[in-house]
Design a binder for this molecule. Structure first.
Ligand code: TMP
Length: 214
């Protein structure tokens, strides 16, 4: 049976990407594969993952008559993240589990910091406050052209407040993710998500196994 990269320590891997990139499908697949390899896997998502986080998610995803201020949006993301870290992520890591998280703080940099225009420093300040030193051990960036992702999301048919933003918003999100990945290539893996799901899953598992040193 495989063991975590260091005894007693788990690992946190975030799955990121624009709308329609197939993150949820991939997380389920990859979790199954890692479990079959003998790992203990915690599969979770942001915003969400706790009772409080899911309640905050409902507020964040719903359409409101009065638009939500961008700073409120950012603070709600981190309010959910604080509960997620305290109640799910840190306990799972302490238990030696592999945590697969459907979005994490890179999404705050891409969506709120860049696309909403709040700036890198607003996000970095909250990241330090809420997470301390905690960062993902690896980030899987499922990348695909915005138009392809939008078509997939439309076919899926359950849009949220973010899906309906202009293409320029989603272009900025994609660009920001790619820039962050280019700045730290050992911690990020960009994966072409416009390929068969099985090929994408193989690429993800291979990279996670590399990060885990197994
Ligand atoms: P999804 O995970 O189902 O794609 O939906 C979550 C939405 O929330 C997605 O549009 C991106 C957005 N989001 C942010 O804007 N900032 C964040 O920090 C996170 C975690 C998600």
């Amino acid at each position: 049976m495989a063991s975590p990269k260091a005894p007693g320590q788990g690992a946190l891997f975030a799955f990121e990407g624009g709308e329609g990139a197939g993150k949820s499908t991939q997380i389920t697949r990859v979790a199954d594969t890692l479990r079959a390899q003998g790992w203990q896997v915690c599969n979770t998502r942001e915003p969400g993952g706790t009772v409080l986080g899911e309640a905050i998610r409902a507020v964040l995803m719903a359409d409101h008559d009065v638009p939500m201020p961008a700073m409120s949006e950012l603070l709600l993301m981190f309010a959910a993240r604080a509960a997620h870290l305290a109640q799910v992520i840190e306990p799972a890591l302490a238990d030696g589990q592999i945590v697969l998280c459907d979005r994490f703080t890179d999404a705050s940099y891409a969506y709120q910091g860049a696309a909403r225009g709040l700036g890198h420093e607003s996000v970095a300040t909250l990241e330090r406050l809420v997470q301390g030193e905690r960062r993902p051990d690896g980030v899987l960036l499922l990348d695909l052209p915005v138009v392809v992702g939008a078509a997939r999301a439309a076919a899926r048919g359950k849009g949220n407040r973010f899906d309906s933003e202009a293409q320029s918003f989603h272009d900025t999100v994609r660009q920001t993710y790619l820039e962050r990945a280019a700045e730290a290539p050992t911690r990020y893996q960009v994966i072409d998500a416009d390929q068969p799901a099985e090929t994408v899953a193989e690429a993800i598992v291979s990279r996670i196994n590399h990060w885990l040193g197994s």
